[in-house]
Design a protein around this ligand. Sequence first.
Ligand SMILES: *Cc1c(COP(=O)(O)O)cnc(C)c1O
Length: 392
Amino acid sequence: MQEITRILHALPIDPLTGSISTPVYQTATFVQDAPGEHKGFDYARSGNPTRQVLENLIARLEHGRRGLAFASGLAAIDCVLKLLEAGDEIVAVDDIYGGSFRLFTHVYEKFGVKVHYVDTTDAHNILDALSSRTRLVWLETPTNPTLKISDIEEISRFAHAAGALVVVDNTFASPALQRPLELGADIVIHSATKYLAGHSDVIAGLLAVKDEELGARLKFIQNASGGILGPWDSWLTIRGIETLPLRVEAHSRNALAVARALAEHDAVAEVFYPGLPTHKNHAIATRQQRGLGGGVVSFTLKADTEQAARAFATSTQLFKLAESLGGVKSLLCHPATMTHKSIPREKRLAAGVRDSLVRLSCGIEGAADLVDDVRLGLEAVSKVESHVFALS
Ligand SMILES: *Cc1c(COP(=O)(O)O)cnc(C)c1O
């Protein structure tokens, strides 16, 4: 069965009314027949029927056994970190999402959790960092904003040999392109805020695991800590997921067209896109992501200044300047002054996030319109350049 058919028909018809749309159970508690005798739900932090539909759906999408839904991607990440004890270590991808870095560094380090950052684009690099205290190997692939690709299958082999679990933040690829659990990973994380919900209208996080016992431990932490997703936001996320494969195909098609147009343009220095054959790990991405590059493209300008990037970011009409990604409408972001502002400049440059780097989240608009819009932005860059030249 094709993925889109599987998703649409994985959603249950409401057994009480036949409603084809999942009902929103806006309730805090459930009336019991006698003490302890109920219909499977006792209190809505522990379980809510609308949230449960979403939790079962993400488990199916990722080919796992258990799914869990949280108030944000970071709440899902926080739940995974609570598996750890003082003295435990994490080996993490060096180009990690800034919010994960902040949580590791400013919250969990003080509880005695140590994190080693490694360039995971070569799987062998993790071997030196693994120790008997390593509990988790933490990957993102593709990464944000330089779209680095790591080999989940090979890294999972190395991690498991060292007794560590593999966590993959699958936000950028989404299960429409990549299913880490099938490649050996143990836990998949999503900021469902991005491609899964897909319309830039909800903040949500999801986990999926294939091991029942691990799933039960995470479920225990979810209930104990309480960072659950509410029923309305669960419904919105379900509604988004119904069209995920269609959207991700359109996002990827558009991003490839935009990446090619960027690569051909004189003002552009470097294009970061896993779907281009020039990408360092294009072969791994093609194998791991079902031949598609996803919807995010980043690039740097030959005039490698913040001013040049600003000229681009304030000249496009369709790409709107905003944080976030993965929505139906195109967005752009200047990491150096937005998402990566809190990272010291030297460290940021070392990670490849140059002053002129721009990240594009290609929406599902027409590809030709997005290419025209990018050219409009690049024209503005050329004007800044000639202006600077005239002054000097
Ligand atoms: C946005 C994002 C997160 C955090 O998710 P929120 O829903 O904003 O809490 C985590 N990981 C990645 C890769 C993201 O892009």
